[in-house]
Design a protein around this ligand. Structure first.
Ligand SMILES: [Zn+2]
Length: 245
């Protein structure tokens, strides 16, 4: 009777563990370990055993020596955590702040340069604080433009920044108190109303006419932005609202 020999690992059900073949059926390596375990354990001298026959507690990643899984895992996880969650963020934050300081130019007029900043920058003399918010886009209050990182890659980013700069100009003109009452508050109310579910306020009319409201139209006017959604009546309402004769 002829005996057919097959040497491929799939056919003979052996695991190749980097240096040696391990047979799960008999819990033995089929070739000898290169090093004799120096521990006192008797099994350390059995060159065909895998981690003292206790593969749950021990592992032999290299196939060259045993490591206590529990300690190894915790040390490497703790090291990874500190490196990724503590050291790297601190490093990145420090680098980004230094980057912002170096690039800070109070009279900057380049919109893209403003969007490239991490935490703060300036645009035409206005302080720009970088924010990241899914709900709010960008806004301007207290003589500061709050520019959302979510707009960094939008094609209309220059328009967004200039619109906020238009609000900033108005606040410079009328002062923060009047600005809060005539721009910030109506804007917050209008935005809130468009989010009221199942009501007239959540209609397309509210969204379509956002930039026709006198406080928004004013920001567009101050920054020279002309939008297709601007209605012929917006200028008249604007002048009435601001007491312009
Ligand atoms: Zn606005």
């Amino acid at each position: 009777m002829a005996l057919k020999t097959r040497l491929d690992t799939e056919a003979i059900n052996l695991y190749y563990l980097n240096a040696r073949y391990y047979d799960p059926q008999v819990k033995r390596f089929i070739n000898a370990d290169n090093n004799i375990n120096t521990n006192i354990s008797l099994l350390g001298f059995n060159l065909f055993a895998y981690c003292d026959n206790n593969p749950i507690s021990y592992s032999d990643y290299s196939g060259e020596g045993k490591v206590w899984n529990w300690i190894k895992d915790r040390i490497s996880k703790a090291k990874k955590f500190v490196e990724e969650k503590v050291i790297q963020p601190i490093k990145n934050t420090a680098i980004n702040i230094i980057d912002d300081v170096i690039n800070y130019d109070r009279n900057n007029t380049d919109e893209q340069k403003t969007y490239n900043s991490h935490y703060f920058s300036a645009y035409k003399g206005a302080l720009v604080i970088r924010i990241k918010s899914d709900f709010l886009t960008s806004w301007s209050v207290c003589n500061t433009i709050f520019l959302n990182h979510n707009n960094d890659n939008r094609s209309d980013r220059a328009e967004i920044l200039n619109h906020e700069y238009g609000h900033y100009i108005k606040e410079q003109e009328i002062g923060t108190a009047e600005y809060l009452g005539k721009v910030a508050l109506p804007s917050v109310i209008y935005n809130g109303l468009t989010r009221v579910e199942s009501s007239w306020f959540n209609s397309t009319w509210m969204y379509d006419n956002y930039y026709n409201m006198p406080w928004e139209y004013n920001a567009d006017l101050n920054s020279g932005i002309v939008r297709p959604e601007h209605k012929p009546w917006a200028k008249g309402i604007h002048d009435l609202y601001w007491g312009i004769k």
